[in-house]
Design a protein around this ligand. Structure first.
Ligand code: HEM
Length: 130
């Protein structure tokens, strides 16, 4: 009889220990997951809030060639180098705004046109310093 009670107590203790172990393991996993998602969220928000680089007009002017063409339109700066020879309206129309403020030229031709404005947005590299 005594033996049976002893065996029961040991079995209960083993079950309790096993339950405790399982709990702490789940707890660890949950903690790891939380840490991971917090890290991800922090990284994502850092990326989102990173400001675009700012260029002065003098810096834009340093990129005024066919092989290196920056322009600024409505306060944003664009690297149009890859687009010079892709422009459906000819390379000359892009080349004449390399290194200068191209707002008037662009708006004069494409102001309010969806496709040119979307294409332009793909080449944005920063903002124009005030
Ligand atoms: C800055 C002076 C510019 C001038 C004078 C100019 C002129 C032209 C001309 C004559 C065309 C031919 C078709 C049409 O008449 O619509 C054209 C088409 C086009 N341009 Fe420009 N362009 C300029 C700048 C740009 C820039 C900076 C971009 C974008 C990065 C751009 C994107 C386009 C696109 C996407 C088309 C095709 C439009 C379509 O098929 O719907 N252009 N452009």
């Amino acid at each position: 009889m005594k033996k049976a009670i002893l065996v029961l107590i040991i079995a209960a203790a083993v079950i309790l220990l096993a339950m405790q172990w399982g709990k702490s393991r789940n707890g660890d996993d949950a903690a790891t997951t939380t840490t991971r998602s917090t890290t991800t969220a922090t990284t994502a928000s850092t990326t989102d809030t990173t400001p675009m680089p700012s260029f002065t007009l003098a810096q834009v002017a340093e990129h005024a060639t066919e092989e290196d063409c920056y322009t600024t339109i409505n306060g944003l700066v664009y690297d149009l180098t890859a687009y010079v020879h892709q422009h459906p309206g000819g390379d000359r129309n892009i080349l004449r705004i390399c290194g200068i403020d191209g707002t008037a030229a662009f708006e004069g031709k494409h102001g309010g046109e969806r496709r040119p404005e979307q294409t332009l947005a793909g080449f944005e590299i920063g903002t124009l310093a005030q």
